[in-house]
Design a protein around this ligand. Structure first.
Ligand SMILES: Cc1ncc(COP(=O)(O)O)c(C=O)c1O
Length: 322
């Protein structure tokens, strides 16, 4: 399954065929990275497809837009409907969803001035981000030679397109050196996060991660895992993370919409703990997938069901908006 499985894209208020979801070469966002985006997942549950924490993702999207003075010409409610509509139009049961808003074409001064705000949402089935084995056996991480940008240069809590150049450099370097993922330090040498994930470690039964003071994106998966951990009676610390803390931990794992809860087996070839998925990670992973799979009724409000259109209804609604 790949991007090409996406047949319909929500583009500026309309459902259009994949081929028509194009942007102009003079778009401000293309030149200067002036876009904001989200990554969400829709999970297959026994009562149909459901989007995990849709409201929180839309809120973060709108908050990211506000940082860059970008006014989306749609309400949160309209964006929620559009998200559900594009999943239903493509007939997906489980998928990754990518909403993006960016400054379009009206001149290329650095200030986006009168550039229109373009909004698109598309989705495609995307399996385990770091490979099928990663969730069970963990991944091999490396400390990046590239430092994480700090929030006094670009706010890390907003999810903006241009800032991912930092992640691209880090992950390209990691892959070129034979690792699966990069861990970025800040300029003081403290751990920030992965190229697209938050980092946790477990030591003596205590779960530790950092927060926005360490220039990280405040992950929605991070928040879910913290809440599940507290409810399970696991002690939690939110603190600055040193590299030594993580290297000497009993367990470490990444969280993120793409990676879900993925164990970190080693860093620069030094095993973390036993060098495989640890018991606390396994427990939290199970709890997380119980929630996303819809089998934990306590968190049913974290799942927004996708109204599945009957085939003929689907065609009619697509025809109407094309
Ligand atoms: C840099 C970065 N950190 C952390 C995360 C995890 O955030 P979330 O759990 O909301 O997907 C992501 C993914 O969106 C990311 O790109």
């Amino acid at each position: 399954m790949s991007l090409s499985d996406c047949k319909f894209v929500w583009k500026n208020g309309q459902v259009v065929p994949w081929e028509q979801a194009t942007v102009h070469v003079s778009s401000h966002g293309l030149h200067y990275g002036t876009g904001v985006f989200e990554g969400m997942r829709c999970y297959k549950t026994s009562s149909g497809p459901a989007v995990f924490r849709l409201t929180e993702h839309l809120d973060r999207w709108l908050a990211s837009a506000a940082v860059y003075g970008m006014k989306l010409p749609y309400s949160r409610q309209q964006l929620a409907q559009a998200t559900l509509q594009i999943i239903a139009a493509n007939g997906f049961e489980g998928c990754y969803i990518r909403p993006i808003a960016f400054y379009g074409s009206d001149g290329l001064s650095v200030h986006p001035r009168n550039c229109p705000v373009e909004v698109m949402i598309f989705a495609w089935p995307w399996g385990a981000y770091l490979g099928g084995d990663a969730l069970e056996h963990g991944i091999r991480a490396t400390v990046s030679p590239w430092k994480k940008f700090q929030s006094d240069a670009i706010p890390a809590t907003a999810k903006a397109c241009g800032q991912y150049l930092n992640s691209v450099l880090a992950v390209q370097d990691a892959i070129a050196r034979g690792y699966d993922e990069a861990i970025l330090l800040d300029s003081a040498g403290c751990v920030t996060e992965g190229s697209g994930e938050n980092l946790f470690f477990v030591k003596g039964g205590r779960l530790c991660t950092n927060d926005e003071r360490s220039s990280v994106l405040m992950g929605i998966t991070r928040d879910a895992v913290l809440r599940l951990a507290r409810e399970m009676g696991i002690a939690v610390s939110i603190q600055q993370l040193t590299l030594a803390d993580v290297q000497q931990a009993d367990e470490a794992f990444f969280t993120g919409t793409a990676v879900e809860v993925t164990p970190v087996a080693s860093i620069d070839d030094h095993p973390i703990g036993a060098g495989k998925r640890g018991p606390v990670t396994a427990m939290l992973q199970r709890a997380f997938f119980d929630v996303t799979g819809g089998t934990n009724p306590q968190y049913a409000n974290w799942l927004t069901p996708v109204p599945v259109a009957k085939n003929d209804e689907r065609l009619v609604s697509q025809g109407a908006s094309l």
